[in-house]
Every structure is written in C-alpha cells, then in structure tokens.
Ligand binder design. Structure first.
Ligand SMILES: C[S@@+](CC[C@H](N)C(=O)[O-])C[C@H]1O[C@@H](n2cnc3c(N)ncnc32)[C@H](O)[C@@H]1O
Length: 494
C-alpha cells in the first residue's frame, strides 16, 4: 500500500484518516523523509500513544478529531488507510450519513458500514495525479450496501486495482472478515480495472511488480471499466459462478421468501426454559415455542418429539408472549423486573412499543442456518415452532402459477447442487466462515423444479421420504440425497 503511494515521485502531502499507532506513517517516512503526513483518530488513548511515536515538531501532524467531519477543504497527493469497520446501526450517528450525502451530493443507503464512508471522502480529497490505498473488508463488493460505493468508485474514474485476499487461514488476528486492498489513482489510466486474488503471502510479489510498472502490466483479471456493473456482486468478475454449469435457473424468491428470525434485543430476558417458567410462574399461555440456539437442532428434520426432548432437557425453547392487557400478575411482575434491569432501554427494545411486545412472525416451514463453516444448514420445521435470528425463516410463495411441492423443494435444498448454487451469493468472513443475509438467498438462483416431469418429481419425493425416515430413525442414509443430486444434475447440467 505504501509502495503504491511512493511510486508517485511528486508525492508531498499524505493523509492517514484512521491513524491508529501510525504503522503506515512509519513505513512511508522510512522511505521518504520529506513527506508531510496528517493523521486523524478519535480514540484519546490511541492518540496519546501515537503522539509519543511522532513528536510535535516531526513531519507528522496528528489530530484527535473525527475524520468524517473535518478537513473537507484539504486535498492530498496520497491517502493511505485502514479504516474502522462497523455497521451504522451500531454507530447510531445519522448525522454522519447526512454530512457525506450533502458534501458529495450522492444517495446513501441507511444501513451503511463506516469504512465505505471513509473511502468516499478520501476520493473527494485526492489531488490530480494523487494515489489512494485502502484496506477494507471484501464484504462491500458483494452486498447491497456496497452498491453506491462501487458506483462512486467507477464514476470517479479512480479505481485501478482490487486485490482480494483469499487466504484459507485467517491472516489478520481477530478480524472475522476477508480483506481487500483498493488501489486508486486520479490519473488518465481510466480504461480498465485490474483484479488480483492473493491466496499465499508470496503472491504479493506480483502486486509489487504491478505497482512498480504501473500502468504497463495487468492484474490477474483485467476488465474494461464500462463493462463493470455496480449493481451486481463483483464476485461475478473474479470467481467462477457455480450456477453457470446449469440450465433452467430461476431466482429463489420466485418460489420462496427468506426473512430473518425474531430479533428480541435481549435473548436472555425473553427466552425461557421449563425451570425458568416455573420460577417466575409464567403460564404456558404466555409462552411461545421457539428455537433460540442453532446448536439445539441436530438434523434436517425437527419434529414434535425433538421438541419434547429439548423441553425435557430444560433447553431454552420458549419465548415470552407478554401483553399487559391480559392482566396476568406474574407476567406483569416479569415485565417490571425487565424495567428494573433496564431491558426496556436496550437498542431494539427501546424502539418497540411496548418494549416487551415481540414481532409477530409465524412459524416457517423451513429454517436455514445463517452463519456456518460447513455450508448452508436447512431444517424442515415439522414441529411448526418459531425461531430467533439464529435461523432465517423460509416461507413458500403462494403463487397459483408456480405452486411448488414443499417436499420437492426441501429435497432439492438438501442437495449439494442447491448449496453450490447458493454459494455464488454468500458473504465471506475470514477463517472459512460464510454468511448469508436473507436477501443474499432471495436473490440467489435455484433450479426451476417445475421443469421436472411428474415421473421424475415423484421419484425424487419417494427418495426424499425414505431419507426422512432414515434420519428420524437415527440411521441417516446420505446415499439417498446423493441419488436425488444425481437425478438433478442429469436433468439440469448444461
Ligand atoms: C483499523 S484501525 C487503524 C490502524 C492503524 N493503521 C495503525 O497503524 O494502527 C482504525 C482506527 O480508526 C480510528 N477511528 C474510528 N473512527 C474514526 C473516525 N471517525 N475518524 C478518525 N479515526 C477513527 C480508531 O480509533 C482506530 O484507531
């Protein structure tokens, strides 16, 4: 990143918008003693430590100020940054969004991650022939909130190289995310964007070479800027899409709708096991059956007898269904206890009226696990109970023209083919963790099962029913799912 800035001989003024302890400045100064560097940080403890590394009269000037609200009038030859990463609804500072929108005259989605705002402001602050290097999570390349940043990167004509870290192990301690380095320049080489994937540390040498010889050599993938669409997941440009192997695909949202589970804002308070219900004398009329932890679900079918087993194990499988109008004195006492403990003042509870009334989400026929290492985990909710956010809910779309048999759909969801195609739309975190937001699944593709003949669907359903029995009898026979998978591959592979 430092090299990208330093290869520009005319570099004089550099900005580090999220200075921290100043690793970038130490590197830059060790290579070029004449630089003037400005750094911002909002953390007084970090600021104090950083000041000790960079005494007042050095060529590094530090400011204990919020980058997003300051320094709008200055422009720089080089900007280098490892910004903070957090989502806006944690940050809760809508004024920041307003500031950026007004200054840059662009539209921003409400749920924005702060690092994307740092990038936007830095593009605004770069001089002619200036360079920018940012290290950020890869997530924005493939998520809805990233669309406007990608749009701005393209419209500003500054995006030159995207370097995607595709390490199998987690190289950045504690960072539950994969990273991307963005190299930007305000020069005339606007025709193409390079993309490189780095899966081993020594591959970074290729990037060094690219930087030294810029703009003469290309990255691993080189795309004409006009062919890049900010509205799609950019994974399409750097990763082979599994769906391209199949014909007759439709969007998942045509047959089913994925929505997140119930968010309580205080799971410990709202969830109950049998003992806790007895302790607070909460009658079963005021409790809803609900899965609160994904580890309580061990296999793809969750039956009423599984529910009874969990209940007997004293698992947390109930949710408070409170209403003051019901005038139940024990429920009223429990609500009062919540207020004493200030549960009503938490982030989500404080936004509800009344704070203890949970959203009414009917039990979905299918659950899907949202965060896992081994691929998507689909569960048939035969017990017909509710779920917290540990699972997303999948409801079938009630469409006269596209009425799908739930057994056929669930049989499909259990296959590797379905999981591979969904994988095109996943978000990646470091350490092999994968995550899907509801919309990643809604917008994903699936095989159009209505194209199957009645005979083939019946065959799949028979295999599926046999598989279901094998699971329920504790003798799971995965071979049956493999057979379904093979039938589908034969029908849909191109
Ligand atoms: C990922 S760290 C950067 C580390 C830095 N490159 C180093 O050498 O230590 C992000 C830094 O941004 C700071 N920060 C968070 N919000 C900020 C804001 N609005 N303006 C400026 N700095 C901010 C944090 O305090 C933190 O030190």
């Amino acid at each position: 990143m430092a090299k990208w800035l330093l290869v520009n001989n005319e570099i004089k003024n550099v900005l580090d918008p999220a200075f921290g302890l100043g690793i970038f400045s130490r590197l830059l100064i060790s290579q070029n003693k004449d630089l003037n560097i400005k750094g911002f940080d909002v953390d007084p403890v970090i600021y104090k430590s950083a000041q000790q590394n960079f005494p007042k009269n050095s060529n590094v000037q530090l400011f204990l100020e919020d980058y997003l609200f300051n320094d709008w009038d200055n422009k720089y030859d080089g900007i280098i940054c490892n910004p903070p990463y957090f989502k806006f609804h944690d940050y809760e500072n809508k004024t920041t969004l307003k500031e950026i929108k007004q200054r840059l005259k662009i539209n921003l989605s409400g749920f924005t991650n702060i690092y994307t705002l740092f990038i936007l402001k830095s593009i605004f602050q770069i001089k002619e022939n200036g360079r920018i290097a940012y290290i950020v999570p890869s997530e924005f390349l493939n998520s809805d909130y990233g669309t406007y940043v990608k749009d701005y990167l393209l419209k500003s004509n500054t995006l030159r190289h995207i370097i995607i870290f595709d390490f199998k192990e987690n190289v950045f301690d504690d960072a539950l995310t994969t990273s991307t380095i963005l190299l930007l320049a305000k020069d005339d080489n606007t025709d193409e964007v390079q993309i490189s994937k780095i899966s081993k540390v020594n591959e970074l040498n290729n990037i060094s070479e690219y930087i030294e010889k810029y703009p003469k050599i290309k990255g691993e993938i080189s795309i004409n800027k006009d062919k890049i669409d900010p509205n799609i997941k950019w994974r399409n440009y750097y990763q082979k899409q599994q769906s391209s192997k199949y014909k007759n695909l439709i969007q998942f949202s045509e047959v089913a709708k994925v929505v997140r589970g119930i968010a309580t804002g205080a799971n410990d308070y709202f969830s109950f096991n049998v003992q806790k219900a007895q302790k607070y004398k909460i009658d079963k009329n005021h409790l809803l059956s609900c899965i609160t932890k994904s580890k309580d679900i061990e296999n793809p079918f969750f039956t009423t007898s599984d529910f009874e087993t969990l209940k007997n194990k004293n698992a947390n499988i109930f949710l408070l269904d409170a209403d003051k109008k019901q005038q139940d004195e024990n429920v009223l006492a429990y609500i009062e206890k919540g207020e004493q403990e200030e549960i009503n003042k938490k982030f989500l509870t404080s936004k509800r009226k009344p704070w203890y009334k949970l959203e009414n989400r009917i039990p979905p026929p299918i659950w899907v696990g949202v965060f896992n290492r081994t691929g998507l985990k689909f569960v048939r909710n035969e017990a017909n109970i509710r779920n917290l956010t540990t699972f997303h809910c999948i409801y079938l779309v009630d469409n006269l023209f596209n009425k799908i048999n739930i057994d056929l759909l669930f049989a499909y969801l259990l296959t590797d083919t379905a999981k591979q195609i969904f994988d095109d739309n996943r978000r990646e975190y470091g350490d092999g963790l994968k995550k899907f937001e509801p919309n990643d699944l809604n917008k994903a593709l699936m095989l159009d099962l209505s194209k199957l003949s009645k005979e083939t669907s019946d065959k799949i359903i028979l295999l599926y029913q046999e598989y279901r029995i094998s699971v329920i009898q504790n003798n799971e026979n995965n071979e049956l799912i493999n057979q379904i998978n093979n039938i589908l591959r034969k029908e849909y592979e191109t």
